[in-house]
Design a protein around this ligand. Structure first.
Ligand SMILES: [Zn+2]
Length: 212
């Protein structure tokens, strides 16, 4: 199968513990579960409803603060932002508002009201979303269209270990709604395909991309 990011041929491997079939691209280091296991939106919602994303939860707030502590120094005084795929909670949008950044939010399941297609943003944030996407390249390009030139896209998703043994023991793919997996390299390739560039990553789970 061709890589869904860079279109190069991929190599297959199987996790024997659950017979899950993966495709691994050695060029951009993207890994994706075989498309036949991708779930419909109703099954995904059942799983998401189990997430405890309570805005009152101080741990959850600290979790987003770590993201903002990484992202905000890397971006140039954004006036407005969009939280894409916020889930049920609008906490991250509220925290951006507290920083003086007007923030909209969107989630295909919990907050599906349409966005204004003519509205552009200085910053788009998307945390724990990309690992759920069947076609992350398409979503990435759609988000770039919503950015002002010189704007930033900040993504949080766990970077995979890029080694089969470690990958099979990794907790992240055990979630059936986590279907695609990235590394810094994957985002560098994804960005360059759209003439964008990675301005910073934390080597672990966060990356900031700048639109020219
Ligand atoms: Zn690839």
């Amino acid at each position: 199968m061709q890589c869904h990011i860079c279109n190069e041929p991929t190599m297959m491997f199987v996790d024997e513990q659950n017979q899950m079939l993966y495709h691994h691209c050695s060029d951009c280091e993207y890994i994706f579960k075989t498309p036949s296991v991708y779930q419909d939106i109703a099954a995904q919602k059942e799983r998401y409803d189990l997430h405890e994303n309570d805005a009152e939860n101080e741990g959850y707030r600290a979790y987003f603060q770590r993201f903002l502590d990484f992202v905000l120094p890397a971006v140039r005084n954004p006036k407005n932002a969009l939280d894409f795929g916020c889930g049920e909670s609008t906490l991250l949008a509220s925290m951006l508002e507290e920083e003086g950044i007007a923030c909209d939010y969107f989630d295909p399941i919990y907050h599906p009201r349409g966005l204004d297609d003519s509205k552009k943003y200085d910053l788009i944030v998307s945390t724990e979303v990309f690992e759920h996407l069947q076609d992350p390249k398409e979503v990435f390009e759609t988000l770039l269209e919503r950015l002002n030139s010189g704007g930033y896209l900040a993504i949080q998703t766990e970077f995979h270990p890029n080694e089969m043994g470690a990958f099979k023991n990794w907790y992240y793919p055990k979630d059936p709604t986590h279907i695609v997996f990235f590394r810094e390299k994957t985002f560098e390739v994804l960005a360059s395909l759209s003439n964008c560039r990675v301005v910073d990553d934390n080597g672990k789970n966060m990356v900031v991309i700048k639109k020219p």
